[in-house]
Design a protein around this ligand. Structure first.
Ligand SMILES: [Zn+2]
Length: 341
């Protein structure tokens, strides 16, 4: 009985399966994307940098209150047969005719959600509706970034089918959180996407082709570890939590090489490219007019400094990553509270 109870409450710490990139990764990628935009878009996005970095995780937050939300974040490709990458039609109508709309919804709709939101953001630019531009920029970015995570394209999304439970949050949360300082966070500038639907399917295919490596390299890294060195078990608020050790995370990171870094960089570049494409398709509206107050000298200087650091890959060294500043502030507040208590 005790054993059953232990198993039932033994959860992977911070393993919110399907919450791709973790909040940390999404926020870092969102900031990087802003620097890849053209000059006509950058001031507007930079003015709202903190807001966009904060709201990029809103679709994940919605999952607890909206039962229709979860399936927008992934696509379990194996459910559609072994040759799915060649056989799955890209357009929703053709895919639904082939597999049924219910099946598509059951196994995830992330590429079609990106296409739907691409239209919404283009319309928001066309109407020059500032609030909608910000809302759809954040939501669209989230799903594009999700599609870059290999395990978001697989039925085996947490390694649960191969005895590798917890792999999801290890890959997308623990690795970037622990190793971000070793990543080079530069990437290409935004490009115009002549066919956004094809582009997001390209992302899904790239991600899916990485799944075998994600699984195999975890097994390979595990060979040098025992359960005692691979996992830590902690008790908190009456729950027993199982986490990967930092040592195992470091071994897995080494085995993967630049994979996580490269998917983050590609996510940032694609996020910027989708935003840019929506803006072009809406007739390139003047975004400076949507700023309620003109840009200040200090603001211009700050953006210049950040952009320069992004180009050189020194945003982290120069303490310019918002997410990291936020975490440091939270630690200071926590430390202060603990000191008072
Ligand atoms: Zn998500």
């Amino acid at each position: 009985m005790r054993k059953v109870l232990l198993v039932s409450v033994l959860v992977f710490g911070c393993s919110l399966v399907g919450y791709s990139w973790g909040f940390f990764g999404h926020r870092v990628i969102q900031q990087l994307a802003i620097y890849a935009l053209p000059k006509e878009m950058q001031p507007f996005y930079h003015r709202h940098l903190a807001h966009l970095v904060e709201t990029v995780v809103r679709p994940d937050e919605r999952r607890s209150s909206d039962p229709t939300e979860a399936h927008r974040h992934f696509i379990d490709l194996e459910a559609f047969g072994p040759n799915v990458l060649q056989e799955m039609p890209e357009a929703w109508a053709a895919a639904a005719a082939k597999y049924s709309a219910d099946s598509l919804r059951k196994y995830g709709i992330v590429p079609w959600e990106v296409v739907r939101l691409k239209t919404r953001l283009t319309q928001a630019f066309y109407r020059q509706d500032k609030d909608s531009i910000l809302f759809y920029s954040a939501d669209l970015a989230h799903y594009i970034q999700d599609a870059h995570v290999p395990l978001h394209t697989s039925l085996n999304h947490d390694g649960q089918l191969t005895g590798q439970h917890g792999l999801h949050s290890l890959w997308e949360s623990k690795l970037p959180e622990q190793h971000l300082t070793t990543y080079t966070l530069t990437h290409d500038k935004a490009r115009y996407l002549p066919n956004p639907e094809q582009e997001i399917w390209q992302v899904v295919r790239e991600s899916h082709r990485l799944v075998p490596q994600v699984l195999a390299l975890e097994k390979q890294a595990s060979q040098n570890f025992t359960d005692a060195t691979k996992f830590t078990i902690t008790e908190r608020n009456g729950r027993t939590r199982k986490n990967f050790t930092d040592a195992f995370s470091a071994a897995y990171q080494q085995a993967l090489g630049p994979m996580v870094q490269d998917r983050m960089r590609a996510s940032a570049e694609r996020t910027a490219s989708f935003w840019y494409t929506c803006w072009v398709d809406a007739g390139k509206p003047n975004l400076d007019k949507l700023l309620p107050t003109p840009r200040t000298k200090a603001e211009k200087k700050q953006l210049k400094q950040e952009r320069k650091a992004w180009k050189k890959g020194t945003l982290q060294e120069k303490d310019l990553l918002l997410t990291k500043i936020r975490i440091s502030l939270m630690n200071v507040v926590k430390w202060a509270k603990e000191s008072v208590a």
